[in-house]
Write a protein that binds this ligand. Structure first.
Ligand SMILES: *Cc1c(COP(=O)(O)O)cnc(C)c1O
Length: 486
């Protein structure tokens, strides 16, 4: 039952807490390694610890850094640790934000305003590899910065040879990722750095997913291509604590090589009747609990804890990579020298095996796996927790491939048909407006019930909950296309 109004009378706390537990009944099972995205989970004890750390500062507000000295201290210590981890000089400075998206949005705002102030750039542009996280495309739209897309080479790595050709006097920043989300590839940051320095353009490294694991993978002795402040051209880095830092949700960082960059991120309004106002980041009220939990997570783990998690994650990564390589119909995307974790993507090299149909088979076995497009594929965001399930996963994957190979018609049913059409339909504007329409409908007044039902039919993350509702449209489009064919 969805409640449609505030209860007339307040309810007892224990009754509410019990009901909260019921709310999670239909959510993905992230505690047993079935989910391959969205959640970073260790165990109940650790979750309790984070909750307690969060609770102590849940009401504290980081809006005004001079009011809650505790929060500013958390922030200082978090930023100092991150700067050191990324081999920054003592000048590296930064801000704790609410998440990766806020960190990415801020970088775009900062460099746009810096170019305005220092070079009078009126029509700002930035260079993004096509694999840049969607947050960057959101930033482009929000802040009206034109995107110049850097294509990939045949190994799905950003093609640095084409970078120079995309830079002009309006370029306010270049982006590289460590690693990029779709295939887990570390962009050629050292080469980007040279170009950035030659052209005197800021280079941001999006290490939202990699920031709290790549340093520890390297400490454990694996070759990791250079991506941090050791690369001279790198001017800023975003790194999420609520991903591989294992903090509670709502904590990321953005650091800059020095204050000359960061100052362009600041907002000041001196004429407000409510008082003179200054703010370092996007949010007004900043959640104290997210800060204390992030700080607590980093203190709890320390270098040894994060190294241990990185070791287990790499073990799961290796097991998956080797296991998938043994399934002749599949291939792992990217060049292993640049895919060092924690993400992995794979596709089909057999025209008779539709990878989305393989995904449907995996769903049916209780796995929750994200889909990729251009090229079509399946995705794994690997955590230490997955070490325990890689054998089961690979066994099910092998069986799924065999089933799809024996029943190629599976590609035309289930969510495979929807994903197939959605990613291959040449009319991208039409796909965009259909997704927008369907997505917006989930937010119409009283739309919650529908949302839950859809999620129940396709219990996956991301946009996948839309799949059921888009299926009708897809079968319509498919029917019309067939009709038109001679
Ligand atoms: C997760 C991620 C982001 C966005 O972070 P959120 O915390 O989800 O807002 C940005 N960039 C990369 C590479 C990411 O993996």
């Amino acid at each position: 039952m969805t409640r449609t109004a505030l209860p007339a009378k307040g309810r007892p706390a224990d009754e509410i807490l019990t009901e909260l537990k019921d709310f999670s009944a239909g959510d993905p099972d992230y505690k047993h390694g079935r989910l391959w995205s969205l959640v970073y989970y260790l165990d109940e004890d650790y979750a309790d610890f984070l909750g307690k750390a969060y609770q102590q500062f849940a009401s504290a507000n980081g809006l005004n850094p001079t009011a809650f000295k505790s929060l500013k201290r958390f922030e200082n210590e978090i930023i100092a640790a991150v700067a050191e981890l990324f081999h920054g000089t003592p000048e590296v400075c930064g801000v704790v934000t609410s998440g990766g998206t806020e960190s990415c949005l801020l970088a775009v705002k900062t460099y746009r305003d810096m170019a305005r102030a220092e070079r009078r750039v009126k029509n700002p542009e930035m260079v993004l590899p096509v694999t840049a996280h969607v947050a960057w495309f959101k930033a482009a739209e929000y802040f009206d910065v034109k995107v110049r897309l850097l294509p990939l080479d045949k190994n799905l790595r950003a093609d640095v040879k084409k970078l120079k050709g995309l830079i002009n006097r309006n370029t306010v920043m270049i982006l590289g990722s460590a690693p990029e989300y779709p295939h887990g590839t570390i962009d050629p940051i050292a080469e980007f750095g040279k170009v950035a320095q030659q052209h005197k353009i800021p280079l941001h490294v999006d290490a939202c997913v990699g920031g709290f694991i790549l340093p520890f993978i390297a400490m454990n002795g694996r070759e990791v291509p250079l991506w941090d402040y050791r690369v001279q051209g790198v001017t800023s880095i975003s790194a999420d604590i609520h991903k591989y830092g294992f903090a509670a949700k709502g904590a990321s960082t953005i650091t800059y090589r020095n204050l000359n960059y960061l100052k362009h991120q600041m907002f000041v309004y001196e004429d407000w009747p409510g008082g003179i106002f200054a703010s370092p980041a996007l949010l007004g009220t900043r959640p104290g609990g997210a800060y204390s939990a992030a700080w607590a997570a980093m203190q709890y783990m320390g270098t040894t804890g994060y190294r241990d998690l990185a070791r287990k994650t790499c073990k799961a990564l290796d097991a998956l990579r080797n296991g998938i390589a043994k399934i002749p119909e599949l291939y792992v995307m990217g060049d292993p020298a640049f895919v060092v974790g924690p993400l992995l993507a794979y596709g089909s090299r057999d025209a008779g095996v539709n990878i989305f149909a393989v995904g449907d088979q995996m769903d049916a076995k209780g796995w929750k796996i994200n889909r990729l497009q251009n090229p079509d594929g399946l995705h794994a965001m690997i955590t230490a927790q997955h070490t325990a399930v890689t054998a089961d996963y690979l066994r099910d994957l092998k069986a799924a491939v065999a089933t799809v190979k024996a029943n190629p018609e599976l590609a035309k049913s289930g969510s495979a048909a929807t994903y197939g059409l959605m990613s291959h339909l040449p009319l991208r504007g039409m796909v965009r407006s259909k997704v927008l329409e369907t997505f917006a409908a989930m937010y119409r007044a009283g739309g919650g019930e529908v949302d839950l039902d859809a999620a129940h039919e396709t219990p996956q993350g991301g946009l996948n909950g839309l799949v059921t509702r888009l299926a009708h449209w897809v079968s319509d489009v498919a029917a019309k296309r067939q009709h038109r064919q001679p």
